[in-house]
Design a protein around this ligand. Sequence first.
Ligand code: SF4
Length: 885
Amino acid sequence: MTKHVKEKAVRTTCPYCGVGCGIVASVDDAGEVTVCGDEEHPSNYGRLCSKGSALAETLDLDDRLLEPEIDGMQVEWASALDHVAGVFKKTIEKHGPDSVAFYVSGQLLTEDYYVANKLMKGFIGSANIDTNSRLCMASSVAGHMRAFGSDTVPGTFEDLEQANLIVLTGSNLAWCHPVLYQRIVAAKTKRPEMRIVVIDPRRTVTCDSAYLHLPLKPDTDVAIYLGLLHALQGSSVIDETYISDHTQGFAAALKRASEFDLVTTAELTGLDKADLQKFYHWVAETEKTVTVYSQGVNQSTTGTDKVNAIINTHLATGRIGRPGMGPFSVTGQPNAMGGREVGGLANQLAAHMKIENPEHRDLVQSFWRSPTIPKKPGLKAVDLFKAMSMGEIKAVWVIATNPVDSLPNASEVENALCSCPFVVVSDIVRTTDTTRHANVLLPATGWGEKDGTVTNSERRISRQRRFLRAPGNTRSDWWMITEVAHRMGWAEHFDYPDAATIFREHASMSAANNDGSRDFDIGAYSDISPEQYDAISPFQWPAARSRSPEGSDKRFFADGQFFTENGRATFVAVEHQRPENGAGLTLNTGRVRDHWHTMTRTGKSSRLSAHLAEPFVEINKSDAEQIGILDAELASVESVCGRVIIRTLITERQQEGSAFIPFHWTDQFTAKGRVNSLITSDIDPISGQPGFKSTPVQISPFGAKWYGFAVSQNRFRKPGADYWSSAKIDVGWRTELGGLSVPGDWTEFAETLFEQSYDAEKWVSYFDAAHGIYRFAIIDGKRLIGALFLDRRPVAVSRAWVSAQLGESVVDFDVLSGRANAGQPDPGAVVCACFGVGTNQILSSIRNDNCRTVTDVGKRVRAGTNCGSCIPEIQTLLGENILNG
Ligand code: SF4
């Protein structure tokens, strides 16, 4: 493994989620990186979750893309850039500007995003630049635009701490925004009267801190909020003065809500009437209410209506623009907000300006001194790849994202890239499901190697700072984009010596002809020096020229003024529509606690891979019985688009009639687990965001005739099984296996798998042919270098224990037993990734050491004492075992 070369320790920002935690990163003399939470950063005050804490483990250079390549051959940068610019130029000359596209990412820094948008919209003259943030929060953008006339997130994280009621709608905050969740839990500990309600079809770990969980039927959120508006109608909670002074459209919205009495709403949503009434009552009596919403709301074919249904209730009660209250969209990606600020979506212009507005177009064009500006929005993500399939997009540049795994109908996206004549991919990773389709690969710098800014969910702009030298021939994304712009003939417009210069231009544009007419204004940073840029402390926008560079204390909408033409907020008369599902189960998708996106980074960490090492489909017991499948067996999950093979997880958390599969696993980690190959391309008609959370699927037993589990020092190149799924462990890999037909010779199978011929000196084995049980261990000297367990049933060995034996001195038949003998500790499945504490250790602390609180467990076994991401799971174990025992 190659190590980075030492540079220095710096304050930077986590590259994962929209909480945007501050990090202090240092590099020691040996080149080892350590990270810890930045106690001075106002997003996290020193906290980090499991993913942030493990960042140092994801920085190795294994499978890094280090050199530019054309058609798989290493080339000089100049050749690669000439080629990209040349093909884009020729394509535009021949087929027009709309024949090319950029597909970019919420992982980009604002400076990268800014120049990509400028090149496409201002110089190429097309709006065909869209971002994977389309998949994450486009419905929130569209909902904000309809209600406020601007894409403004009015709240701050402090509002969540000050609220008396927090309604988490479609948000598994405990796993998806862990540090924000921990801030809420800490506030609730100080003020136990604070209530939390979770509205989610699944009983997630977030529900463990909630007073009330409303397990609604999928996609019935609009009905809940129409019901809420109906329930509030006529009560003193409706703020008539606010409505008449600051809003429009209330009567029509109310009319739409008129049919949503308690009985109807309970029926539509599948909720218990008393629970629903309790929720409505709590909202009515709690002025300081914040509604947090996330992907459960956005990733829906009715996502924009869901957002407006929520905002309507805040406008009707005047609970917006004041501390401790308001609608609050939390973003998934680290720089989804920065992308919105620069106009990274196909339907936006830069600096929160509107593509349909001729004044805005003039302003942007003259500011950029650009030859052109598109008059209409470009293709949104799903449509962009459809157009590619139809041959309309002839050259695409995919930047910092993995659409073959992350877009819906993922196999069609793969076909689209295959059919596109020219595909450029810039990435930090050499082997992804997307890079394999690239004509040109451009090696990008990654986290820790690049400089720029990101904006978190509460509009806080923070610096990502470089503390490692760029490895190989990697370059920042903004550099590649501007170099291509130079070669396309626009050198003087893309003359940026550094990221600071780009940021200054971005800040300056936000202030151009603004005077408060647009929400996004960071004009205070228009003239900063490179040194000041380097020293920027996290600040919230707006930060207009007239205000201090530390940001503003302005609270959006405090004065009841909005960014619509008449300054009034708009109630949108939303309708409840629920897509018909027909037979089968409704599939929901989402994150797991310790993985990020398509695992290109978190998949490198054994700690992060230990919590959930394999993809799974979670279903309810009664559905499993109907299907005829047992826990831990392999299932086939099929939709009209595709099929995956996946392990079953049978729980009571999952509603009957529904299923859940995490979206992280790709062809790099499993044989057939790309869940987005199941998702249809149906989109919200307003935002263009796909509905990832309610796909009709059929589940059936896969019919595996054998199951296997292996640990190995090297990753298996060809597992040779119908099903496999691999995860990193401390000194190698663990792999689950399964097959439809039983190999004739298991010894031969084992030899092929490990790529080692059977050598009785090294191999020990145990066969019980009558029961279909075969076990092999490869022991070099006394050290275990591989083990394989095979069975007709799902293999029942302790994964944690066997994985821990790899590379260790072992006793032959102990290993073949697959579990710890008396006197040997078996930690069980990992709960606490930071300290590698397993379920068995936590259960022992509860049952044998009388631990009664999370603090007790932490003192006894350390679990939950670092990042805190596992605290909800410790609480669950405490709840189940104290109650039961
Ligand atoms: Fe990173 Fe975790 Fe903070 Fe999100 S909550 S920014 S993933 S440390």
